[in-house]
Design a protein around this ligand. Structure first.
Ligand SMILES: [Zn+2]
Length: 106
């Protein structure tokens, strides 16, 4: 995942790269926790085990949402690629038929 999503350097450091984070900038693997604050009871989040203010903290749904948006865009790209392949297949079938007709004299 890219870290160049237009966020400031500090925000990138704390929120991690785009999508679901795996590591903090300090190199430690992030851990999945569940909030027990009054404001966010039961809300899951990723956090660096160092727990410092400048270490990674990200709500799980934010990371998952970013992943889904990326995957939707990727699916659209693949759909377009699939359409192009189908068009190519059709063209090659026509060329093959034409060649067969020439060779076999139909
Ligand atoms: Zn860290």
């Amino acid at each position: 995942m890219s870290c160049n999503s237009g966020q400031s350097g500090v925000e990138n450091k704390i929120r991690g790269c785009h999508g679901v984070p795996s590591k903090c900038h300090c190199g430690l693997e992030v851990v999945l926790y569940t909030s027990n604050t009054q404001a966010n009871p039961g809300r899951p989040f990723f956090r660096c085990p160092n727990r410092g203010d400048d270490h990674l903290f990200k709500w799980v749904e934010e990371g998952v949402y970013e992943e889904v948006v990326d995957l939707k865009a990727r699916i659209e790209e693949l759909k377009e690629d699939g359409i192009l392949i189908k068009r190519d297949n059709k063209r090659w079938k026509l060329i093959c038929l034409f060649c067969l007709k020439l060779v076999l004299g139909y």
